[in-house]
Design a protein around this ligand. Structure first.
Ligand code: PAF
Length: 291
């Protein structure tokens, strides 16, 4: 049982109650939505602030979605602290937290999945089999439950954002996706709930990731368009010291996520690596607008 000490913020735990509220709200208000897996940080709160500017009512979901974790991933140790999250969301004047449990979201006989083909074959999709199907499926369910007009997603999970945008277009889902720039710590580290796993030494090493992205931006701004040359410079920075295990450094088309060798159209440079046991991702968009 979750106690609600908040006077203005509702905590809803069931699908039927959330859907009923959404129907009532939609009679004369717009709904902005921020889906999360909890353990909130400034990055999530920036999405909530953006949703508040766009919509009359803001709903934040907190649900650690089991079907987007592979068997050897961190589902059981994923950080959780509902009381802390609720306090932070109350301070942001969030209207509703949708906080279902696994059984509420997935019946035993659950068997329908949303698969966004092609986009899943690149970047993180290459090593995280089924991850984006898990994300697309839960986000579709959340859209059907929360019925938002707007949904805000961070650009830090660039492939996730691209998959969701494709899915919304392909399935004519009636929601506008709002991308939000990555929020970083003062020293450049992209905010992530998983940063909490890092020891102080690992956290120091993780700074090479954002430093390598800044180097790539500088190279792009100076006119370099050869993807191989930029990748090489990024790789060198990530290997400045031992301790970063690079999974991929990919430069790809920002829409299709296919690898490119020359940067002509809007491109994304995306990195995934392990620092200790922690898998971190980050990216930057390389486009003429940078110049
Ligand atoms: O980005 C996340 O936290 C999750 O992938 C999301 C979008 C909440 C779906 O579970």
């Amino acid at each position: 049982m979750i106690a609600n000490h908040f006077t203005d913020m509702k905590i809803i735990r069931t699908v039927s109650e959330m859907q009923h509220h959404a129907d009532e709200l939609r009679k004369d208000k717009t709904i902005g939505f921020v889906p999360t897996m909890g353990y909130l940080h400034e990055g999530h709160l920036a999405l909530v602030k953006a949703a508040k500017i766009l919509a009359d009512v803001v709903v934040v979901s907190i649900f650690v979605n089991p079907i987007q974790f592979g068997p050897s991933e961190d589902l059981s140790r994923y950080p959780r602290d509902f009381e802390r999250d609720a306090k932070l969301l109350d301070e942001e004047k969030t209207d509703i937290i949708f906080y279902p449990d696994d059984g509420e979201m997935y019946e035993k006989a659950f068997s329908t999945y949303v698969e966004v083909k092609k986009l899943e074959d690149h970047l993180c999709g290459k090593t995280r089999a089924g991850h984006f199907t898990g994300v697309a499926t839960v986000v579709t369910k959340l859209f059907n439950i929360v019925k938002p007009h707007y949904a805000v997603f961070g650009q830090k999970d660039y492939q996730q954002l691209t998959v969701i945008e494709r899915m919304v277009r392909d399935l004519n889902q009636d929601v506008k996706i709002i991308p939000h720039p990555t929020i970083r710590e003062a020293d450049g580290l992209a905010m992530s709930s998983r940063n909490t796993y890092l020891s102080s030494e690992e956290r120091r090493k993780a700074l090479f990731i954002s430093a390598s992205l800044r180097k790539a931006e500088e190279m792009f701004s100076s006119g370099i368009r050869d993807a191989g040359e930029i990748r090489k410079a990024v790789n060198t920075i990530l290997h400045t010291e031992d301790g970063i295990d690079v999974e991929y450094i990919d430069i790809c088309d920002a829409m299709t996520l296919e690898d490119i060798s020359t940067l002509e159209k809007k491109a994304v440079l995306a990195i995934a690596c392990r620092v200790g046991k922690t898998r971190l991702i980050d990216n930057t968009i390389l486009t003429e607008a940078l110049q």
